[in-house]
Design a protein. Structure first.
Length: 381
């Protein structure tokens, strides 16, 4: 175990907390479980083995605008991800692991085969206006000035867009029946006319066709993924004038795709103010990739995939999972008869779960060596 993913975890807390509107001033109230605190206190006495450090781990690093905690962790560690170990390495100085600022100097100390990380004197507070910048670095800070964990644009859009319905319920949902001036498609700011029971809601997401998500192993339909179109707001209620029905009037407020007749409406869910703390599943967990989000057949780093495990299987937001590459089928050319061989599966990447439904979850590919395809398997790390 080491300190790499540990810091990444803290980072992801920051990144996702800010996506959901959690200001850094609120970070002090983010959850720290007794188990994490106990681990931190234990590790604070000894640090981590030198073997867990990255081969070229620096002696010190000045946190800069544009840094992410995920990137910082890769400077110091090989592959460990449990953040309590990293927080515990300097429990006295880094009392709040959810707030790391530009201008702080992180110092790596090696002694008696162990390593500890501390904040240099004079660098533990909120940064001054003098910050060393790297060229061509994308700067992302939380509202209070703390750095983010991962680039926020990687996950933010999917928190609202990725949606799985247990049944084909959108078939009976309100639908666009006409568009402004009879246009085939409408874009942001334009008008669409809707029929159906709005249930008193005002803001809606728009979806096109629902796609069944089928378990690669059992062929069970796990849910129906909606193809996200955009959002719309209710402007004017409809009415009945004699034998004619006057539909409700909507304004398109955002679009991923142009909206059109037949697109279905689903109320925008209440925004959750939740901190995501990456952690391993408590027990064994294994499954397969159901699909690549969007239209791709293969996925790489920073893309999103759906998994055939959800709440009913114990999956939680923040779970970190290992990706495995299936061993190749080949023949043993060194033996008579050339018997068939299958090479062992190899671990080649990592996933971060950020949305969980009853039977399906969505995960971000944190890193991967080879393209990911539907049917590839994952396990606990």
């Amino acid at each position: 175990m080491g300190l790499g993913l540990a810091w990444r975890t803290v980072a992801t807390c920051l990144a996702l907390g800010s996506v959901h509107g959690v200001a850094s001033a609120q970070a002090g109230s983010l959850p720290v479980t007794p188990e994490w605190r106990a681990t931190a206190q234990r590790v604070a006495q000894a640090g981590v083995p030198l073997a867990d450090l990255a081969p070229n781990a620096p002696d010190a690093h000045t946190v800069q605008r544009g840094d992410t905690l995920w990137g910082i962790s890769s400077l110091f560690l090989k592959s460990a991800w449990r953040w309590p170990e990293l927080w515990g390495m300097n429990l006295e100085q880094i009392r709040n692991p959810h707030l790391i600022y530009p201008g702080q100097v992180l110092v790596l100390e090696r002694k008696d085969g162990r390593a500890t990380l501390r904040v240099a004197q004079g660098g533990a507070g909120v940064p001054t206006n003098t910050v060393r910048l790297s060229p061509h670095v994308r700067s992302e800070l939380l509202p209070g000035g703390a750095i983010a964990a991962v680039p926020l644009h990687l996950i933010g859009p999917f928190l609202d867009e990725a949606a799985v319905f247990d049944t084909n319920e959108l078939a009976a949902a309100p639908r666009i029946v006409a568009t402004q001036e009879g246009r085939v498609m409408v874009s942001r700011g334009e008008t669409a006319y809707v029929r159906g029971d709005l249930g008193g809601a005002r803001d809606f997401r728009l979806f096109r066709e629902l796609t069944p998500l089928t378990d690669p192993g059992t062929r069970e339909v796990l849910g129906f993924e909606g193809r996200y179109v955009g959002t719309a707001e209710h402007v004017r209620p409809g009415s009945v004038e004699g034998a004619a029905v006057v539909p409700d009037t909507f304004r398109i407020t955002s679009t991923r795709l142009e909206a059109g007749v037949g697109d279905r409406l689903s109320p925008v869910p209440q925004q959750e103010l939740v901190a995501y703390v990456p952690h391993a599943p408590q027990g064994a967990l294994a499954g397969q990739i159901v699909s690549i989000y969007g239209d791709g057949l293969r996925a790489g780093q920073n893309q999103v995939v759906s998994l055939n495990r959800g709440k009913r299987d114990g999956v939680e937001r923040g779970h970190v999972l290992a990706l495995w590459r299936k061993g190749a089928d080949m023949v043993d050319k060194t033996s008579a008869g050339k018997p068939a061989l299958r090479l062992p599966d190899e671990r080649h990447g990592m996933l971060f779960v950020f949305r969980v439904f009853e039977r399906v979850s969505y995960a971000l590919i944190l890193n991967v060596q080879d393209p990911v395809r539907a049917g590839d398997r994952f396990t606990q790390p």
